[in-house]
Design a protein around this ligand. Sequence first.
Ligand SMILES: NC(=O)c1ccc[n+]([C@@H]2O[C@H](COP(=O)([O-])OP(=O)(O)OC[C@H]3O[C@@H](n4cnc5c(N)ncnc54)[C@H](OP(=O)(O)O)[C@@H]3O)[C@@H](O)[C@H]2O)c1
Length: 238
Amino acid sequence: MLLTGGSSGIGAELLKALVARRCRVIVWSRRPPTIVSDLVEHEAVDLADTVALDAALDQLTANHPDLSVIINNSGTGEQGRFLTTDPKELDERADTQIAVNLTAPIHIANRLFKPLAEKPSAMIVNNTSGLAVAPTANNPIYCATKAGLRSFTLSMRYQAESHAPNLKIVEILLPVVATPMTTQYKTRKASVEKATQRIVKGLEKGEDEIWVGAAAVLRGVSAIAPGVARWVVKKLAK
Ligand SMILES: NC(=O)c1ccc[n+]([C@@H]2O[C@H](COP(=O)([O-])OP(=O)(O)OC[C@H]3O[C@@H](n4cnc5c(N)ncnc54)[C@H](OP(=O)(O)O)[C@@H]3O)[C@@H](O)[C@H]2O)c1
């Protein structure tokens, strides 16, 4: 199994849960994961660097032809305030977020969808966000990357349903979770342990979309009244 972003937050917690279930996990992140286990292999990969990602994919396909599960969990979020941030700085933040949150899972799928489709059973899991459904004011690029990844995941699921029935495409939609990514946020946060337990339960139950905690409420509201869902997220995130 390949897990991106196993060095921190949700990925680190997920890695613990996977190792406890005796899964072999290849972790891609810049920093190594803290967990020490002979089931875990770490490759230092910077997903913002498409050349490095391409080389890592070459190695992965050559060395692990048995790979059947991919969890795209790496993500980065930076604010984008147009009136108070230098445009060049905004460009840099945007390029990094688009590369890590959107381009990397797309390149991974472009390379691995076909080999995974040929396995008797395989899975691609993308960690998007409740913000893919309703954006906030201050994180325009982050929200746009997650909305883009949500759309991409859905298209990928349609292709798998019609042409690769053994390949399951899963999306995780989280609320605000207490991880290093959200330390500056003052809003209510779900615990990383509880959020991860819900993710694992969803994976074990075979859910296509794993809506965690308050994100599940957002799902209900947005199904009935999308405008209300957007208004609530906009106000709560202020
Ligand atoms: N926390 C939340 O409230 C929340 C809500 C919704 C969705 N999510 C999503 O959940 C996922 C995990 O987030 P988190 O909250 O656990 O954040 P986190 O604690 O900051 O962890 C982010 C992970 O992504 C990896 N990553 C970041 N930039 C990378 C890069 N250039 N190359 C490779 N890996 C990179 C980091 O590894 P290195 O730094 O070692 O490279 C780290 O392992 C993200 O996709 C995030 O968007 C989080």
